[in-house]
Design a binder for this molecule. Structure first.
Ligand code: AMP
Length: 148
């Protein structure tokens, strides 16, 4: 039987991803696995150097990164009090691409996602990130639906 040594959970700080994170944490504890907590800064690729001069974009990016870092630190401080085998990752790019890339690069055995994220569109079964990761990832994916 394949051992689950590394679980990657992708968080966008929504209720749905918080809920998926709790599932990922339980699984990591049960399997004695390492937990990777990934947040992807959704890059406004189309805006880069187009509407805003390059210099102010760099400043904006710096501030976004700092803000994301702070949110991640605060999230981990409050949610990972009794668990130490974890690593937080913040990268920029397209969320679904980065989730798959990081899972492959870090040899994750399982990806855990919420079915929906911050966009919170209710009427579809999966949000677009969840749907793309499920369709394109070679690493198994567990999606967790947030109850009513
Ligand atoms: P969505 O498909 O965008 O509605 O989001 C579904 C799930 O994908 C969320 O509950 C998160 O687990 C994950 N996710 C979405 N966006 C991001 C992001 N920017 N960084 C990390 N995980 C994300």
């Amino acid at each position: 039987m394949k051992k689950i040594s590394t679980v990657l959970t992708a968080i966008d700080f929504s209720d749905s991803s918080d809920n998926a994170f709790q599932m990922a944490l339980s699984l990591a504890k049960s399997f004695s696995a390492k937990l990777l907590v990934l947040h992807v800064i959704n890059e406004p690729v189309n805006l880069r150097g187009f509407y805003v001069p390059h210099i102010s974009f760099e400043k904006l990016e710096e501030e976004i990164e700092e803000g994301a870092q702070k949110m991640m630190e605060s999230f981990c401080r409050s949610n990972l009090v009794d668990f130490t085998d974890y690593e937080c990752l913040i990268v920029a790019g397209l969320p679904y691409e980065q989730i798959i890339k990081q899972a492959e690069e870090k040899s994750a055995d399982l990806i855990v996602l919420g079915t929906h994220g911050r966009t919170g569109i209710d009427h579809v079964l999966f949000g677009s990130t969840a749907e793309k990761v499920v369709r394109k990832s070679d690493v198994p994916v567990l999606t967790v639906k947030l109850g009513e």
